[in-house]
Design a protein around this ligand. Structure first.
Ligand SMILES: [Zn+2]
Ligand SMILES: [Zn+2]
Length: 482
């Protein structure tokens, strides 16, 4: 006997609890607040496009690679953009998120932005943002310099094609060139007598207009995604602060997808999932940074939110809320210790620590301070103390668990000194620093200090004439001892 299985009737799911309200508030916030960041980003990329000379573009095409200094300048531009413009917008998004939860309403709650956890989050998010967007931008231009591109276009043609692509992603840049190629091919076929220069000019104009649309799209994606990060983080902080103020009991969070259409498979699987405040959701795919799975968005342009549900009232709580909101900031705790050793009292000024995936760092690199981005990148593996100590072997004061942080903070102090004097980090920074530290090392040697005895790493770097590294290792040893 055959049983006829009827497809389930299409039932429009009614969201449980206050999901509708939570999602509506996030969506309205995003709808009302995208114009400013989109304008800022588009203007920013325009400045970057205008800053590069035609000569520089031609040289990049001929060399088949982007000048590293130019890439570092871009990274620094982004860093300035975040500090000057974007971080303020993110703070506003956090504030809006902090009072958005229905569960918080009617309670006498006030959100405090001025606590270290919040400013740390803003700084760290900013550094991660700078690192990823500048890398994306570099990869986009690099994709236009590969053999396949240089073979099919003249140097001038490619140099002209690159400029409008500054600020696009790799996929967008490739699409732009493809669009240009198609127009050239079509015009040649349809107008065999048209001169090649005018064909190229027409195609360039069209590609330029297309790039403008692409820039707006990317700006929109960035603006939406970053605002959603901050808004959702603000909502989470709001709940935690309310708990600390004794206004709220135990709370769980429930994932709410943004509705019936446009929800991707990743988020569909999360609909209605409930977890504790400090637990992550099970995302499919790679996490972009530590703690990403704690809250939406799950991916670019994800408009999901979390609803917080109180499971016990404030009065009959078994224990006070632990201050766990900073739990993914393991790196920063060590950074604070290192700062104390170096005698720095103002922790607000410290560069953000970004826990980077191994794939994003040079192979074998433990940590690095990037002066242009002004952030410390730490390999995700060394969040574990044992792995950290193992990895530090061969470095100065290797048995000390904060040695790596002290090392990177010393690099940062050098950069701060330079910034104070010159305004920004420019291409002269590293050569000048090495020159200066070369003298310091020569002086040490003259006074009978054995510079070959600092650390294995220092000796290797000395051979490479990286005097900044040698002198940094020397200073680590001065602060921490063997
Ligand atoms: Zn989503
Ligand atoms: Zn170093």
């Amino acid at each position: 006997m055959a049983i006829l299985i009827r497809p389930a009737a299409r039932i429009k799911k009614v969201k449980a609890g206050n999901a509708e309200e939570v999602l509506y508030k996030l969506q309205s916030f995003l709808d009302d607040n995208m114009e400013e960041p989109v304008e800022i980003l588009c203007g920013f990329w325009e400045d970057q496009r205008n800053a590069i000379t035609y000569q520089e573009l031609r040289e990049a095409v001929k060399a088949g690679a982007l000048n590293e200094t130019l890439f570092q300048m871009w990274s620094q531009d982004y860093s300035v953009l975040v500090r000057g413009r974007l971080s303020g917008l993110w703070q506003n998004a956090m504030k809006a998120g902090s009072v958005s939860q229905p569960v918080i309403q009617g309670r006498n709650f006030e959100f405090n932005m001025q606590i270290p956890g919040i400013m740390n989050w803003i700084n760290r998010r900013g550094a991660e943002f700078v690192a990823s967007v500048s890398l994306e931008q570099k990869q986009a231009i690099q994709a236009l310099l590969v053999k396949k591109m240089t073979e099919r276009h003249t140097v001038d043609e490619l140099a002209r094609l690159i400029r409008p692509c500054i600020g696009l992603t790799k996929g967008q840049a490739q699409a732009n060139v493809k669009y240009y190629d198609n127009i050239v091919a079509t015009l040649r076929k349809e107008h065999p007598r048209m001169k090649m220069e005018s064909i190229q000019r027409k195609a360039q104009d069209a590609a330029l207009k297309y790039a403008e649309r692409q820039h707006r799209q990317r700006a929109m994606t960035i603006a939406q995604t970053e605002s959603a990060y901050a808004y959702n983080r603000g909502a989470d902080e709001g709940i935690r602060q309310a708990q600390r103020q004794g206004l709220m009991g135990e709370v769980i969070k429930r994932w709410c997808t943004s509705g019936d259409h446009n929800v991707c498979a990743t988020c569909q699987g999360l609909e209605g999932v409930e977890v504790g405040m400090d637990k992550g959701f099970q995302f499919k795919g790679r996490q972009l940074f530590a703690g990403q799975n704690l809250l939406p968005p799950a991916h670019p342009r994800c408009a999901c939110a979390v609803e917080y549900i109180e499971t016990s009232s404030a009065t009959n709580r078994a224990e006070p809320p632990s201050n766990v909101s900073d739990s993914p900031l393991l790196g920063e705790e060590r950074e604070f210790l290192a700062a104390a050793v170096l005698g720095m009292k103002d922790t607000n000024k410290l560069p953000p620590v970004v826990i980077a995936a191994v794939t994003e760092m040079n192979l074998g690199t433990l940590a690095s301070y990037v002066p242009y981005t002004n952030a410390i990148f730490i390999n995700e593996y060394i969040a574990d103390r044992k792995v950290l100590l193992n990895s530090q072997m061969g470095f100065a004061s290797s048995k000390n668990s904060i040695a790596t942080y002290v090392h990177e903070l010393i690099h940062w102090m050098d950069a701060e000194q330079y910034r104070a004097k010159h305004g920004i980090i420019d291409k002269d920074y590293i050569p000048k620093l090495r020159e200066k530290h070369k003298k310091s090392i020569a002086k040490l040697a003259k006074n009978g200090y054995n510079v070959h005895n600092i650390s294995e790493y220092a000796s290797d770097e000395l051979k490479k004439k990286h005097y900044d590294e040698v002198y940094t290792e020397y200073r680590v040893k001065q602060f921490l001892g063997e």
